[in-house]
Design a protein around this ligand. Sequence first.
Ligand code: NAP
Length: 318
Amino acid sequence: MIYDIIIIGAGPAGLAAGLYASRARLKTLILEKEKEGGQIVTTDEVANYPGSIENATGPSLTSRMVDQVDEFGAERKLDTIKEIEVEGETKVIRGEKGEYKAKTVIIATGAVPRPIGCPGEADLVGRGVSYCATCDAAFFEDMEVYVVGGGDTAVEEGMYLAKFARKVTIIHRRDELRAAKSIQEKAFANDKMAFMWDSVVSEIKGDGIVESMVVENVKTGEKTEVVAHEDDGTFGIFPFIGFIPATEMFEDIIDMEYGYILTDENMKTNVPGVFAAGDVRVKSLRQVVTATADGAIAAVEAGKYIDELEGTTYAGDQ
Ligand code: NAP
């Protein structure tokens, strides 16, 4: 079977592309490696997506998006894609579970959280180190939590964590936050929030669970070991220091800039029939609203590409 469109990734960009493609009666397959929703499933509040209602969460928005693509008949499969072949009219996508073919491909693989990269971090993921506040906040009920980073994500997720934790300390490498002023104001007014400025985490230690970490002052070079309170035995470390685009498998195939896919304003990459949408591409604003817009454009453009490929002429075109 050759699909009209295969969409890789089921975050907001991929689901919006799936909606537009299936509504246009294009044979559509959405491939996702884990679970639908991408980064927004780890977001407690989606307040800036037009039409979001009060208390709308990332998971609730995702489940409505998934219901919509299902209603219009897009197929969805869970598979981890390992390789794609994009030369020629039929694109071949190979996953762990199977091989898929399509006339067009929309890459909507998004981005993954950037790790700190210090010793001990990788070993203690899920054992005190977490990249998802909504997933793991409850484990730190009435405990100490440290958030690394100074952007919107770090500060917003820090405030979410503060609903559970005894205290949340934001460790930031500079002496002012990057987060939007409105978000900063809320954080500074929150009694449970504290700040360690000009600081980075240089090592995380623990035997099976986080027990301490070394924090280094980047101005003075002074190192401090933060040790878990003896009654708690551990504390949480949540790095929110940006994202890395999930584009490794497209290297050498598709033009990129700093690991992000280059497209034109119609989401076309340098390869005919291959489009990219959402956080994975070079763009100035990575938000749900821009991801869904990208997805819609990519699907419509993929449809036009197929029409051209098949030489469809519409009434009035002659
Ligand atoms: P970001 O804006 O890129 O911020 C990353 C933060 O991590 C910065 O404060 C940066 O420090 C710090 N950082 C980067 N690398 C580091 C390292 N190796 N060690 C220590 N600290 C490091 O990322 P984000 O906060 O995830 O936001 C991503 C995008 O999503 C942004 O466009 C943001 O506006 C948007 N967003 C919006 C909302 C909202 O509107 N409600 C919510 C979440 C995210 P420096 O400041 O020193 O560079």
